[in-house]
Design a protein around this ligand. Structure first.
Ligand code: NAP
Length: 320
């Protein structure tokens, strides 16, 4: 089979398409014939060698995909050969025609959900769910600011929050992106490049601020965020690409919480709970992953450049 292999950490050019041996499932493992692969910003940080997670070289990148179960180990009971599944984490890496997973890393894909949409679930939807509910404790009736709502995580967060009864304010950097945020169910949509958008957020909340912020670019926004939160408000730091100066006093006066979040730290129980909720949301139609761009697997390097460019619009997916 063909797979993207990384021989050494570096720029996108280290992503090389190679012929590699077919995979075999161990007793508690599943081999999936991959139909679509999700590209996440974290894949680029790992490839560059700047992430805390450093795989042993050479390796096949990727944690997200969807496809058909090709073979299962003797002890596997949750899925069978021929089932459509999405993959959230893997043993062998997802940028390939086949992928080896532990049984707990594959989840049933309802028939009306495409493989391309399935590839958009693993990291983005799990991150959005964990940030909104397990870390941010968002609840019906509250107002959430999805600060960066046009990309993979933001789209997921808007759909999840809307379905759970929160009032959703989403921000985007382009006209097209903002129009998509509305379509996904946000009550209010703002431009995070507009000079007065923080005033608009305070106006939308009658001056009190929002209860929860899901932050995609903390190094730009965290100081502002602390001025946009209501009393007992929480900001979950999801994305960050640098440093920022904040005034800690702002957290004291209104009992604010700044919560860090890395999906890698989610426990097995938390993951099981996240994916049970995501499958239910797919089944009842409240979760509808948005695929913005499809590219052939051989173009993985181009996909790694595209995922870091501004003007996000849903998910970038590779087709093997
Ligand atoms: P993505 O699809 O590339 O989306 C990036 C998002 O950031 C877009 O909505 C983009 O909006 C927005 N953005 C750009 N400039 C912004 C600004 N000034 N203020 C607010 N938002 C801004 O990436 P993703 O997969 O959604 O991931 C988002 C971030 O979270 C990335 O940094 C990623 O590494 C991180 N992440 C962290 C975890 C974790 O476990 N902590 C998990 C997944 C992702 P426009 O393009 O419309 O301007």
């Amino acid at each position: 089979m063909k797979a993207i292999r990384v021989q050494h950490f570096g720029g996108p050019e280290v992503l090389q398409l190679k012929d590699v041996p077919d995979l075999t499932a161990g007793p508690e493992q599943v081999v999936v014939q991959v139909r679509a692969i999700g590209v996440n910003p974290v894949d680029t940080y790992i490839r560059a060698g700047v992430h805390a997670v450093k795989p042993q070289l050479p390796y096949t990148p990727g944690s997200d995909a969807a496809g058909v179960v090709e073979s299962i180990g003797d002890h596997v009971t949750r899925v069978k050969r021929g089932d459509s599944v999405y993959i959230a984490g893997s043993v062998s890496g997802t940028y390939a025609q086949q992928c080896l997973c532990s049984e707990s890393q594959v989840h049933r894909l309802p028939p009306h959900v495409t493989y391309e949409q399935g590839a958009a679930l693993g990291v983005p939807y799990a991150t959005a769910y964990r940030s909104l509910f397990q870390k941010g404790h968002g609840k019906a009736g509250e107002t959430v600011l999805v600060h960066g709502a046009t990309g993979g995580v933001g789209t997921a967060a808007v759909q999840l929050a809307r379905a759970a009864g929160l009032t959703v304010i989403g921000t985007g950097g382009t006209e097209k992106g903002r129009s998509n945020i509305s379509q996904q169910g946000a009550h209010h949509v703002l431009d995070h490049h507009a000079t007065d958008y923080t005033d608009q957020i305070l106006a939308l909340t009658g001056g009190t601020g929002v209860n929860l912020i899901l932050e995609m670019l903390a190094n730009v926004n965290l100081a502002k965020d602390l001025t946009l939160l209501a009393k007992f408000g929480r900001v979950v730091v999801i994305g960050n690409r640098g440093k920022i100066e904040i005034d800690p006093r702002a957290t004291m006066t209104r009992d604010l919480s700044v919560l860090g979040m890395t999906l890698f730290n989610a426990s097995d129980d938390d993951r099981a709970s996240i994916h049970a909720a995501l499958v239910a949301g797919l089944e009842n139609g409240t979760l509808r992953p948005v695929v913005g761009k499809e590219m052939p697997l051989a173009d993985a390097a181009r996909a790694h450049e595209a995922v870091l460019e501004p003007g996000a619009l849903g998910k970038i997916v590779l087709i093997p």
